[in-house]
Design a protein around this ligand. Structure first.
Ligand SMILES: *Cc1c(COP(=O)(O)O)cnc(C)c1O
Length: 468
């Protein structure tokens, strides 16, 4: 017995040749095309059908002998793989580098690799990848200029976990501290504040999306008697804005020095962070400054098949936070219990492959392509903004929700954005540009005008009827 939803789909996906999921030969024609996520697909792309859920169905008693169940599952997976390929080709809105080749690591799939506990302390569970994890951490420690003996960190399950950890470190160091974060900070920062029941001050931003240090100073002065824990964004989610770390620190010092309040900065930088690091120019992120922790995602700019991240903090802070756990024969200082042991190997693999220079090249390519995109949008009369040190192009939200879904654009109010990652090629951008220009000729006419984005991205970047 197979669930009806799935059965119907599986039948359709093989053009009806699979009557009732019975023919094994037909199923062997599972997708054999080679996968090139950068290739431009010939039009027309089939409309994306809202996927039915893949019900779990109980095996029949004779499945072993008939092979029906295997055949059925193979067909479901083949269809799913096709969807993934199509969706990968039309992906522009999220900061994920979808371009990687980890074929050499497929041999590790057969192992249940788990790094539970502290990366620096051997646990009793032997099927781990701590040696790779610490290797990756050491690489980031060098990037962020902190000595091996002075840092602690781990490979997290995502950027959010890094933020949860970094902010927890801040709170353990300053239990009555107030968390300050610009209002354009990632939602995980405010989630952390809620989870930890911390007092949290939202700071205003400039039109670029950077933290407004004037407002920051006012808020600091309102809370003179309490320590400050600051979340600094190096690449905000929507606009890719880079907070001026040096100005933030200076503002803190000016408003704290007379009271002798210690300060703690948590730097949260996700995709743009690495971009800034490989470009130079912006205030450098280094543990030589009064930074308590830094967190980045591993599956964004670097690219990884599973979400992951890197979190680094000062070793001296971690002792306040950790507990020894006899069951693990290790120390518990992480947010999660079991930890993905595969992710560090993927990161290790890419870091070895590309190295600092390789990333630098990719960053330059991303910025060139981002400028190309912004220029072409503006030429076409479309409001668009690109921050310095960023590859996130913010532009007018397309009027057609189907178009938004098709290109997987992340939107906020009148804004949409494209994050130009290494997997976003000029061909892909041209393909997108042609479609949006064509779309606009249908969406807009004398009666319906494009939205005004002056309040979102500034007058100079707005091409609405009033500001062009
Ligand atoms: C993506 C992102 C996060 C969260 O990362 P996840 O890996 O999705 O949990 C946090 N901050 C910023 C600025 C981000 O772009």
């Amino acid at each position: 017995m197979v669930g009806s939803n799935v059965e119907v789909d599986a039948t359709m996906s093989l053009n009806g040749s699979l009557a009732n999921g019975k023919s094994v030969e037909h199923l062997a024609v599972a997708d054999v095309e080679s996968f090139d996520p950068t290739a431009v697909v010939a039009e027309p792309v089939p409309p994306v059908v809202q996927a039915n859920n893949e019900d779990v169905t109980e095996p029949d008693a004779d499945d072993e002998s008939t092979g029906d169940k295997d055949a059925y599952m193979a067909s479901v997976l083949a269809r799913y793989r096709k969807t993934l390929m199509e969706r990968t080709k039309h992906h522009l809105g999220y900061p994920y580098n979808l371009d990687f080749d980890y074929g050499a690591l497929s041999q590790l799939q057969h192992f249940s690799i788990n790094n539970l506990g502290d990366p620096f302390i051997e646990s009793n569970y032997g099927v781990h990848s701590r040696q790779f994890e610490v290797g990756v951490l050491d690489w980031f420690a060098r990037l962020w200029e902190i000595e091996k003996n002075d840092y602690w960190g781990y490979i997290t399950n995502c950027g959010t976990e890094g933020n949860l950890h970094g902010i927890l470190v801040g709170r353990e160091v300053f239990p009555d501290g107030i968390l300050y974060a610009s209002k354009e900070s990632h939602y995980s920062v405010f989630k952390a504040a809620r989870m930890y029941r911390m007092e949290c001050e939202k700071v205003a931003t400039l039109v670029t999306g950077e933290i407004d240090c004037k407002d920051f100073k006012e808020k600091l002065l309102l809370n003179k008697d309490k320590p400050a824990i600051i979340n600094v964004n190096i690449g905000t989610t929507v606009k890719g804005a880079v907070d001026d770390l040096d100005l933030v620190i200076q503002t803190l010092e000016e408003s704290c020095e007379s009271r002798g309040i210690r300060l703690e900065v948590h730097v949260e930088g996700v995709e743009a962070y690495l971009i800034v690091m490989f470009l130079g120019g912006a205030p450098k992120v280094t543990f030589k400054k009064p930074i308590g922790s830094v967190s980045v995602s591993g599956h964004k700019f670097v690219g990884c098949p599973m979400p992951c991240g890197v979190q680094l903090t000062r070793l001296k802070h971690i002792n306040a936070l950790s507990r020894n756990v006899e069951y693990l024969a290790s120390r518990d200082a992480t947010i999660m219990g079991s930890r993905n042991g595969h992710a560090p190997i993927f990161l290790w693999y890419t870091l070895n492959r590309k190295g600092y220079k390789g990333f630098q090249k990719e960053v330059q390519k991303c910025l060139r392509n981002a400028h190309y995109l912004k220029d072409r949008l503006r030429e076409a009369g479309i409001s668009a903004m690109l921050n310095e040190l960023s590859s996130t192009v913010v532009f007018e939200r397309p009027r057609d929700e189907e178009f938004v879904r098709r290109w997987q654009l992340a939107c906020e109010g009148n804004m949409a954005h494209i994050v130009v990652m290494p997997s976003v090629t000029i061909q892909k951008l041209d393909y997108f540009l042609n479609e949006i220009i064509q779309g606009r000729s249908i969406w807009y006419n004398d009666e319906v005008q494009p939205p005004c984005l002056a309040a979102d991205i500034g007058r100079d970047n707005c091409s609405c009827a009033l500001h062009k």
